[in-house]
Design a protein around this ligand. Structure first.
Ligand code: NAD
Length: 254
């Protein structure tokens, strides 16, 4: 029987696979039978992800996405087993909370490269016939794209750029049978949020409480965001493209 959530014959590229949402997604995809090509910077950390995955055809590639790098060689490696990609999720990202006085072109570039320019490079290569025969692309954006917090000037701009670009890319890529969407999480319990706000989860931190107050369903887990990714990667979302999905626990409502 046809199962739109079937991943058994699918090969998915996940960036940021060494931590947080990307790591959780890689593990979840492997448990659904997908082959996962993982991109991250740190080999020990990718190995940690790999040790928690099912199946043994997964591919790991160590690359720093902050260097505005042409990723052609990495894509060649990914398809060198003769199987093209069916999906791509750009989870790698960096965030910062900083005032306008703290910004420098170096700090701006760092976020633009990882969060946005790398996304465009990945989409550019994924949409070549030699690397995929169509499929689904998902960018992990943020609710900050549409509702930025104080001192998220650059982070919110990188995510808004991603959201704007998919609206232009969707009609360009539809004839190639490629769908492209973003997901806008709110507060997700991952190392990124911890380090951005330097928090613990005991509830003693004012910023955490304030943030959670605006998120009706409370902090999301990386599993919940991974599930949203898997929906957009799967055939179950075959009529959805060019959209930014709120997966933000009802952030800002009520
Ligand atoms: P995380 O810090 O756990 O993971 C970020 C990943 O990006 C890591 O695997 C890291 O290695 C990778 N990365 C960072 N810089 C890189 C570089 N130069 N080259 C290659 N890889 C690099 O954080 P997360 O919460 O899992 O974040 C995943 C995505 O979700 C990010 O794009 C983030 O902006 C987005 N997001 C997170 C939250 C949240 O509250 N955690 C909310 C909204 C959106």
């Amino acid at each position: 029987m046809y199962n739109p959530f079937d991943f058994t014959e699918k090969k998915i590229l996940v960036t940021g696979a060494s931590s947080g949402i990307g790591q959780t997604l890689s593990i979840a995809l492997s448990k659904q039978g997908a082959t996962v090509a993982m991109i991250a910077r740190n080999e020990d950390k990718i190995n940690d992800t790999l040790s928690q995955m099912q199946g043994n055809n997964h591919i790991k590639i160590c690359v720093d996405l902050s260097q505005n790098k042409d990723l052609t060689e990495e894509f060649k490696t990914i398809v060198s087993d003769g199987k093209k990609l069916d999906g791509l999720v750009h989870c790698a990202g960096i965030s910062s909370v900083e005032s306008i006085q703290m910004l420098s072109s170096k700090r701006i570039d760092a976020q633009m490269h990882v969060n946005y320019y790398a996304f465009l490079e990945l989409v550019r290569l994924f949409s070549k016939k030699k690397y995929s025969n169509g499929g689904s692309i998902v960018g992990i954006s943020s609710i900050a794209a549409v509702s930025p917090g104080k001192c998220q000037t650059i982070y919110s701009a990188t995510k808004a750029a991603m959201n704007a670009s998919i609206e232009s890319l969707a009609p360009e890529l539809a004839p190639k049978n490629i769908r492209i969407n973003t997901i806008m999480p709110g507060f997700v319990k991952t190392p990124m949020f911890d380090s951005a706000f330097n928090i613990d989860y005991t509830g003693s931190n004012d910023i955490v409480n304030e943030t959670l107050e605006h998120q009706l369903l409370g902090a999301s887990s990386p599993y919940e965001i991974a599930n949203a990714c898997m929906f957009l990667l799967s055939d179950a979302s075959s009529c959805i493209t060019g959209r930014a999905l709120h997966a933000d626990g009802g952030s800002g409502l009520g």
